[in-house]
Design a protein around this ligand. Structure first.
Ligand SMILES: *[C@@H]1O[C@H](CO)[C@@H](O)[C@H](O)[C@H]1NC(C)=O
Ligand SMILES: *[C@@H]1O[C@H](CO)[C@@H](O)[C@H](O)[C@H]1NC(C)=O
Ligand SMILES: *[C@@H]1O[C@H](CO)[C@@H](O)[C@H](O)[C@H]1NC(C)=O
Ligand SMILES: *[C@@H]1O[C@H](CO)[C@@H](O)[C@H](O)[C@H]1NC(C)=O
Ligand SMILES: *[C@@H]1O[C@H](CO)[C@@H](O)[C@H](O)[C@H]1NC(C)=O
Ligand SMILES: *[C@@H]1O[C@H](CO)[C@@H](O)[C@H](O)[C@H]1NC(C)=O
Ligand SMILES: *[C@@H]1O[C@H](CO)[C@@H](O)[C@H](O)[C@H]1NC(C)=O
Length: 400
């Protein structure tokens, strides 16, 4: 089975190669959802039409394209599964409308892509999670039996793929979720939900590698980007974040099966009016010992950010939390270079590291954060941290 699959892939890729080097006679075969009965009238459920279009595109022995033209396509929960025979494009120029009632999705993820290689999603369209009606049910901080709202778009075991251009609006829970994904580019995407919409994370990544997020605007009611357990080699470039909770690593250290997070670069990024900017959060007393290492944050602007730099190894979202001991997450090799702008809190820099596993090799270069409120200027907090600082340091360096 695996060898047949590989043979197809080799055939497809060799065709691809010929394609690129010859003429345009080799446009991908188009599977327009309308030819499968989809209606852009905003009311008919198009889940079957979309699934059938995907099935044929995926089985096509050559490059193929699922096409969603302009129009409002109401869509219940769908899974687009591979493996496919060749490279698959999914072009969305219209608007996909989620059911307003979360129960009508019947899945954890509204639009889910799984087990696919060489997928490209693009277009000028929008995926609209229509989350407003379900946000009031998102009360998990108070209610243990709160409903699990659907993520708008998910990628599970999807490799060598990209998403570009589309807009994601008003997800019920998170907008995009990546799980066991390798080599994925997210470029020129616009992710938007109101600042007070609960748990509407922009991009959540777990157990993934070689993820590249660039030229993207993210404004939501939760993390702009949440980097969870088991990620390696993530690259974030030219992202604007706000409103939201910043670019956040964690929370980590709560569950048993967690893995290291290694290799993160965040460059040329602007945070505007967010609660946090650069954030790492780990719970006290962990189930396993894991490491966070080799992080670089460079050329980062903070505009009125409440906590611009916040490493918190006593993470406790809903206090009071029982003091359970020190975090077992080791943070090391973190460089912050050229971070500037304004803090809304006096404590602009916070390194509250684990007593048991102190932060190691933290390098600060040219940090210039101001606080103009009462009792200023800005201050920095250092606990259990080893590292060094050079260049301009405002607030004054607290490393020793
Ligand atoms: C993608 O790669 C992961 C490992 O990185 C693997 O588990 C998964 O099966 C791959 N998916 C496909 C569709 O090849
Ligand atoms: C990553 O994926 C792209 C397609 O999106 C592909 O062109 C490239 O070769 C892949 N890189 C590696 C290292 O496999
Ligand atoms: C993102 O999309 C929202 C909703 O369509 C729109 O209001 C906003 O202008 C867009 N932002 C950018 C940066 O494209
Ligand atoms: C990330 O993607 C952008 C846009 O496609 C590209 O310009 C850049 O070179 C990529 N960076 C890395 C490190 O892959
Ligand atoms: C940064 O991203 C924005 C879209 O959010 C884009 O308009 C702009 O051209 C990008 N800048 C660079 C230098 O790539
Ligand atoms: C941290 O950096 C040091 C010095 O560059 C290096 O020897 C060490 O392997 C790095 N640690 C990890 C976990 O990558
Ligand atoms: C630090 O930022 C302030 C404005 O907040 C600016 O006036 C000052 O020139 C900056 N210092 C350096 C060395 O960049």
């Amino acid at each position: 089975m695996a060898s047949i699959n590989t043979a197809f892939k080799a055939l497809c890729l060799s065709l691809l190669f010929v394609t690129v080097s010859s003429s345009s006679a080799t446009e991908p075969k188009v599977f327009d959802v309308q030819s499968y009965g989809a209606k852009g009238d905003g009311t008919a459920d198009n889940a079957n039409a979309f699934t059938n279009a995907w099935r044929d595109a995926c089985a096509w022995k050559g490059r193929s394209k699922v096409y969603v033209p302009k129009g409002a396509f109401y869509l219940g929960g769908v899974t687009f599964a591979g493996p496919c025979n060749c490279q698959t494009y999914f072009v969305i120029d219209g608007v996909l409308l989620a059911p307003t009632n979360n129960d009508d999705i019947k899945k954890e993820t509204w639009v889910n892509f799984a087990y696919i290689n060489y997928l490209t999603i693009s277009g000028s369209g929008t995926i609209d999670g229509q989350g407003k009606e379900s946000w009031p049910f998102n009360n998990c901080n108070k209610n243990d039996n709160c409903p699990r709202l659907a993520v708008s778009m998910g990628f599970d075991f999807v490799n060598n793929s990209r998403i570009e251009g589309i807009t994601s609006l008003n997800s019920k829970a998170g907008h995009f979720n990546f799980y066991f994904v390798d080599n994925f580019t997210i470029a020129g995407v616009n992710i938007t939900a109101p600042g007070d919409s609960p748990n509407t994370d922009g991009i959540k990544v777990g157990f993934s590698s070689n993820i590249n997020i660039s030229n993207t605007h993210i404004g939501t009611g939760d993390d702009c980007i949440a980097i969870l357990s088991g990620n390696t080699n993530l690259f974030i470039y030219n992202v604007t974040c706000g409103p939201g909770h910043g670019i956040s690593v964690g929370s980590l250290g709560k569950n048993k099966d967690e893995k290291n997070v290694e290799g993160l670069t965040v460059r040329n990024t602007v945070f505007t009016g967010t609660s946090d900017g650069i954030r790492i959060k780990t719970w006290e007393s962990s189930a396993t010992e894991i490491a966070i290492s080799n992080f670089l944050y460079e050329n980062i602007q903070m505009i009125d950010v409440q906590s611009p730099i916040n490493i918190d190894q006593q993470y406790c979202p809903y206090p009071p939390c029982k003091k359970k001991g020190d975090s077992h997450v080791q943070i090391q090799n973190v460089t912050l270079n050229n971070i500037w702008g304004s803090s809304m809190n006096k404590e602009a820099v916070k390194f509250q590291c684990s007593k048991l596993f102190p932060c190691k090799n933290v390098q600060l270069i040219d940090v210039n954060l101001s606080y103009s409120g009462n009792g200023g200027p800005a201050t920095a907090l250092c606990e259990n941290i080893e590292g060094s600082a050079s260049g301009k340091m405002a607030p004054p360096n607290c490393l020793n």
